[in-house]
Ligand binder design. Structure first.
Ligand code: SAM
Ligand code: SF4
Length: 343
């Protein structure tokens, strides 16, 4: 990867002084799981191949973004590893001057899959992917099935081991908090993350799916989760200096040195203060904020044959429209489900 220091300091800044340096690229809206909070239960209408950006189109967009200061890419979805060629795409991303850090968000089910004689995890590491964020809401097979709609916990556990063997620089587990479900599992998930030497983040449910699931009956605030952790593990020490390019607030578990993050999109009123992100959806919309209905149609512009300068101007305009903060708390209407945005 080519270091940013060799490039002109051409950073894009939003109206609130944030340097936008992080682009989440969703490469598919398809998934082999059916998480209750991410996609509705009814039959999905997937984007067709024509409606989806090709890898070449995505690479061009990232190249333009890198010229404006994008340094970190997280490849996501849907489940990114269901799209053929995902690891090769990551290898191409790593060759783009300016891109210094590539991560992947995955449900883990396909990390142990063998492709070209190696695991997909190994392929990703060889491609230059440094970090893997793996969803892990439950270690109980029945609860896992209830949440994800699939019996794939054993494959996820194999995937986690494949990721460890492959040698990602960092592995994080993401656990979405569900009331009357996560509470009893918190100690086991913490212990599992400690054993696997992974960072663990507890994530508040966000209103980016069906209303039935995102009700107060299911909502478990991060403050409650933190209090539950403290009941079993003792007082946590806040680590305000420890940041991993996201909004998680990390804490140290006494006695073990383990770090746990809390992502409180709904209850943390400072959540958006250091946001440095844009999102590219797989159907080519550039979204300045996960928690805003705003999105801008880059696919049409790219396919209309625009120049690189025009694309760069498009990027700048989207950054200029980045809201100060998300609308999650104010009747947020995302106009699409999480699975079609890219988490
Ligand atoms: N399929 C991959 C996975 O599950 O990690 C990547 C895409 S998924 C949309 C990215 C992250 O978003 C996951 O950690 C998932 O748990 C989280 N997520 C999805 N819907 C959510 C919601 N309504 N509230 C909070 N987090 C959500
Ligand atoms: Fe699929 Fe990830 Fe959404 Fe679950 S959270 S349905 S695994 S994209």
């Amino acid at each position: 990867m080519v270091k940013a220091s060799f490039l002109p300091p051409n950073f894009v800044e939003d109206s609130f002084g944030h340097h936008i340096s992080y682009l989440r690229v969703s490469i598919t809206d398809r998934c082999n799981e059916r998480c209750r909070y991410c996609m509705p239960e009814e039959e999905q209408k997937w984007f067709s191949r024509e409606e989806t950006l090709s890898y070449e189109e995505m690479l061009r967009i990232v190249r333009i973004g890198a010229g404006l200061g994008i340094r970190k890419i997280r490849v996501t979805g849907g489940e990114p590893l269901t799209r053929p060629g995902a690891a090769d795409f990551c290898a191409e991303l790593a060759r783009i001057p300016g891109i210094e850090d590539i991560g992947i968000s995955t449900n883990g089910t396909l990390l142990a899959k063998i492709e070209d004689g190696v695991t997909l995890a190994e392929k990703l590491v060889r491609a230059g992917v440094r970090t893997a964020n793996i969803s892990l809401d439950s270690l109980d097979p029945a609860t896992y099935r209830l949440t994800t709609g699939r019996d794939l916990l054993p494959r996820v556990l194999e995937g986690i081991d494949a990721a460890i063997t492959a040698g990602f620089e960092s592995i994080k587990f993401n656990c979405v908090l569900m009331k009357n479900q996560t509470e009893s599992e918190i100690p086991a998930i913490i212990e599992f993350a400690r054993k696997k030497n992974a960072l663990l983040r507890f994530i508040e449910l966000m209103p980016v799916s069906t209303q039935e699931v995102l009700s107060s009956d299911n909502f478990l605030p991060v403050a409650t989760a933190k209090a539950l952790v403290e009941q079993t593990h003792g007082a946590l020490t806040p680590l305000p200096e420890f940041k991993t390019n996201g909004p998680a607030l990390y804490h140290l578990v006494p006695g073990t040195g383990q770090k746990i993050g809390f992502i409180g999109a709904m209850t943390n009123l400072h959540f958006c203060e250091s946001c440095n992100k844009l999102r590219l959806t797989c159907d080519g919309k550039l979204r300045p904020c996960l928690g805003s209905f705003l999105e801008f149609d880059l696919l049409s512009v790219v396919r209309a044959g625009c120049s690189d300068d025009e694309l760069a101007a498009f990027f700048r305009n989207v950054v200029a429209r980045k809201p100060k903060e998300h609308d999650f708390r104010d009747n947020y209407q995302p106009n699409r489900k999480m699975i079609a945005i890219g988490g």
